[in-house]
Write a protein that binds this ligand. Structure first.
Ligand code: PMP
Length: 287
């Protein structure tokens, strides 16, 4: 396995970063998770757009142009000879001193890792996940703006810890006002009376690439889609609930906080969206 480390390709065992890297010391950096489906890097452009936007927002100078970054990703995939897998692209502030001042970090550090992906078993897509709502709140826009895909994931880790404790795969995070925001690493959708709802990102959700693809598919397939804030009550009483994310794709939820959702398995619209999503993943991207 070859890891892209700031311009070099190194073996996994030799892929190391400085203990002075501010990505490590302060979570000062950004990242992307991207899928490769049958040699197609799904929506690479959208992921790179989000990466460069995140960088701009935190005044991080990515030492590669957009084209060089695209080429670095493609080359890392090629070297690893993986036709299906997952890409983790990280840009950290780079090595500095122990103070948190980013001016002490002369050059950002770029890492690209490509590997196999452990995904949910196919059975989970048919039967749906059990989920819970958790107490950590999705931060509201300032430093931890959900639009910035930063290396500060402690809040999401707290969500994951509660999910682990309850023995569930993904959990539902609310924002400070109590509106449903997203999962620990997935966006959330509900379906009621044929209408598909997802929280607008300003409620406290990452502008997920999968979320965007599902919104587009709803348009194409004729499902009315509303970006509207909603509460746990709306989740409990929905006909269908599903999460979307690069790793999870479109995964149904059959139970939330002990309430059975709809028929207690993947609903028809969720199933249809997953089917159609799996048709576009091999074509809509960079080959
Ligand atoms: N929300 C959060 C907090 C995430 O980290 C992710 C990415 N794993 C998502 C949503 C889903 O976004 P995407 O579809 O771009 O993977």
């Amino acid at each position: 396995q070859w890891i892209y480390l700031n311009g070099d390709f190194v073996a996994k065992e030799d892929a190391k970063i400085s203990v002075y890297d501010h990505g490590f010391l302060y979570g000062d950096g950004i990242f992307e998770g991207i899928r490769i489906y049958d040699g197609n890097i799904f929506r690479l452009k959208e992921h790179l757009d989000r990466l460069y936007d995140s960088a701009k927002s935190i005044q991080l100078d990515i030492p590669l142009t957009y084209e060089e970054m695209q080429e670095a990703v493609v080359e890392t995939v090629r070297r690893n000879e993986l036709r299906n897998g997952y890409i983790r692209l990280v840009v950290s502030r780079g090595p500095g001193d122990l103070g948190l001042d980013p001016r002490r970090c002369p050059k950002a550090f770029v890492i690209i890792i490509v590997e196999q992906l452990a995904i949910y078993p196919e059975e989970a897509y048919r039967n749906g996940l059990v989920s819970i709502s958790v107490s950590p709140r999705r931060n509201i826009p300032d430093a931890l703006n959900p639009k910035i895909k930063s290396l500060n994931y402690l809040n999401n880790i707290l969500v994951k810890l509660q999910a682990n404790l309850a023995g569930v795969g993904e959990a539902i995070m609310l924002n400070a006002q109590g509106y449903v925001a997203e999962g620990s690493s997935d966006n959330i959708f509900i379906v009621k009376k044929g209408v598909v709802y997802t929280p607008p990102c300003w409620v406290g959700a990452l502008e997920g690439i999968t979320r965007g693809a599902i919104i587009e598919l709803c348009g194409k397939l004729g499902y009315p889609l509303r970006e509207e804030p909603f509460t746990l009550h709306d989740v409990y009483t929905a006909d269908e609930v599903f999460f979307t994310g690069t790793a999870a794709e479109v995964i149904a939820v059959r139970e939330v906080d002990g309430r059975t959702i709809g028929a207690g398995k993947a609903g028809p619209i969720t199933t249809h969206l997953l089917e159609e999503f799996r048709k576009i993943v091999t074509v809509d991207g960079v080959q």
